[in-house]
Design a protein around this ligand. Structure first.
Ligand SMILES: [Zn+2]
Ligand SMILES: [Zn+2]
Length: 346
């Protein structure tokens, strides 16, 4: 076993510094020195749901960048010293229809999650990127294109690819009309990517407070969802509405914004929703969802971001302040993603 240091769940929003065991390198493994790890809403949910009495530790973190520190004997695509990025899935069956289609994120036997997942070989529980080292199968690590800042690129690996895949699969291109509902970790990246894809992009936010931010991110307009008159005039005007709102909410006002044959893509809140069929019928509208990304799309997204100088707007904190980051994320007090600097774990 390899031993490193990390942050392990100690309470609903608190972690404690502890030693973390990593497996010895398999032939196709690489060891990554984790430099930067983003703080995702999923980490909050995992901590809140964590049973303190279980003997299985929880180490969150599933969007990180770092440097290759060791390679298994069959690894040919990476060398020690390479900059890499790892997202929220670290393995899949490799043979089902979804894996064959390059959508490992939808693997029929469920992809192995970066933390809280079950390793496909030894059955151990995976421990995440809030740690100084991570061991991962080479095919689920991605070269970090030069030009991308390693700290600001970390959130691309979960938040970024989660909005990238639907934007691409829904055919967003120059001339598309895209609305992004909710301007947080997912939303601010959706705006940057939609703008870079050439779409006329509008932010839907509860109030006008984020108007300047929306402009700075490249959005062409902001509609306050509480402004019923503005919402009414925007009816049927967006080919794609990317909904990143993380709390339960009424979908009807957002479906109304979708143009004929357009799509509302639900990415933030993944619980049960209620939809009036008439809100879909009038205008032949579609409701869809997505999450994470396949290997091909993830690599493509990283290159696109490098080519267009896209990365997350981040606030970097030393990893010892992880509790602060989680507490502030819980209060939505972040623009737009916390990233932990892991160098204090040495
Ligand atoms: Zn995430
Ligand atoms: Zn599969």
């Amino acid at each position: 076993m390899r031993t490193t240091t990390g942050w392990q769940a100690a309470g609903p929003t608190s972690l404690r510094r502890t030693s973390v065991e990593r497996r010895d390198l398999r032939p196709d493994d690489i060891a990554v020195r984790v430099d930067y790890c983003g703080v995702c809403h999923t980490d909050l949910h995992a901590l809140r749901a964590y049973d303190q009495h279980t003997r299985v530790p929880l180490v969150p973190g599933h969007e990180f960048t770092g440097v290759v520190a060791g390679i298994g004997r069959e690894v040919t695509t990476f060398s020690v010293g390479d900059h890499v990025a790892v997202g929220n899935i670290v393995d899949s069956c490799g043979v089902c229809a979804m894996c064959e289609a390059g959508q490992e994120n939808f693997c029929h036997s469920f992809p192995t999650l970066t933390y809280g997942g079950t390793d496909r070989h030894d059955g151990s529980t995976t421990l995440g990127g809030y740690s100084r080292e991570y061991v991962v199968r080479d095919t689920f690590a991605y070269p970090l294109p030069s030009g991308l800042d390693p700290a600001a690129a970390a959130p691309l690996m979960c938040a970024g690819v989660t909005v990238w895949e639907p934007l691409r699969s829904l055919g967003v291109r120059p001339g598309s009309r895209v609305a992004v509902a909710g301007l947080g970790g997912l939303g601010h990246l959706a705006v940057k990517m939609a703008v870079a894809l050439g779409a006329t992009t509008t932010v839907i936010s509860r109030t006008h407070d984020k108007r300047d931010d929306a402009r700075r991110l490249g959005a062409h307009d902001l509609i306050a969802s509480t402004d019923t008159q503005h919402m009414a005039t925007a009816r049927d005007t967006f080919d794609v509405v990317i909904d990143t709102i993380s709390a339960p909410h009424d979908l009807a006002p957002y479906l109304k914004l979708v143009a004929m044959d357009g799509t509302l893509s639900l990415l933030g809140y993944l619980g049960p929703v209620t939809v009036e069929a008439m809100d879909l019928l009038i205008g032949r509208k579609k409701l869809s969802s997505a999450g994470s990304g396949g290997r091909l799309a993830t690599a493509e997204m990283l290159q696109f971001c490098a080519d267009h100088s896209i990365a997350a707007d981040i606030e970097v904190l030393p990893s010892s302040q992880v509790d602060t980051a989680l507490g502030r994320l819980l209060r939505n007090d972040v623009r737009y993603r916390f990233v932990l600097d892991m160098s204090d774990l040495d």
